[in-house]
Design a protein around this ligand. Sequence first.
Ligand code: SAM
Length: 275
Amino acid sequence: MAALDGLPPLRDVIQRHGLDAKKALGQNFLLDLNLTQKIARTAGALEDATVIEVGPGPGGLTRAILALGAKKVVAIERDSRCLPALAEISDHYPNRLEVIEGDALKIDFEAISGGGPVKIIANLPYNVGTQLLVNWLLPKTWPPFWQSLTLMFQREVGLRIVADADDDHYGRLGVLCGWRTNARMAFDVPPQAFTPPPKVTSSVVHLEPIANPIPCAVTSLEKVTHAAFGQRRKMLRQSLKPLGGEALLAKADIDPQRRAETLSVEEFCRLANFL
Ligand code: SAM
């Protein structure tokens, strides 16, 4: 059955271009264009936006983003085998899709984003997803160059991203995301939605930057969360000993008997500022 955008079904595209999934590149493809449209729609209106996509693969999500009217899509793909399939999409949507062959970890995203509002939408390769997210959360300047991040992760990672204090999944990633963004869980995607199916459920999360996060030095915040969550079952007076322990906690007016997972983002920032 032909897809609604007039391009061939993704299963045919994959077969014609010999895109057997490579595990080392985290290739689990989405072939259902209704699902990829649901992901793209989570990012809100796309008409005025430049969308950056990491890992378009055979182009299922790319096609949804373009069909929903994105002004421009810049897609970064490491696997050169996917380029001919992506070129077909580019021909179908003239001047709206630019494909960069390369490793997303080495790309200067700010430089490729152009002038207008930027939305990042991606079904991320599981082995580099968290690192990319952290890079996007720690750009040279804040507010960042992007307006929103709509990203698919393994559910476990998604839960860590949106976790607040007193949640089992709360940790360094939750503090970083909670400090600089409003992050929410959008929806889950079961393994059987992918080809080939991964072992675990995935989740789409959506993050928008907080314009004025609590002033705090990233390096200090990372030192504090690293020490505190490194021994998350211990009391803070013990886990924070290398950083000043009880003296630091007293300055920040935090009970030394508390544990890392009970501290709010604001309390972590206070500790970081006294460090
Ligand atoms: N977007 C497609 C979809 O939803 O069906 C494919 C998603 S698949 C989970 C991840 C994609 O990221 C693959 O196409 C893979 O080749 C690509 N990839 C893996 N590592 C990459 C990297 N370091 N930089 C850019 N792309 C990468």
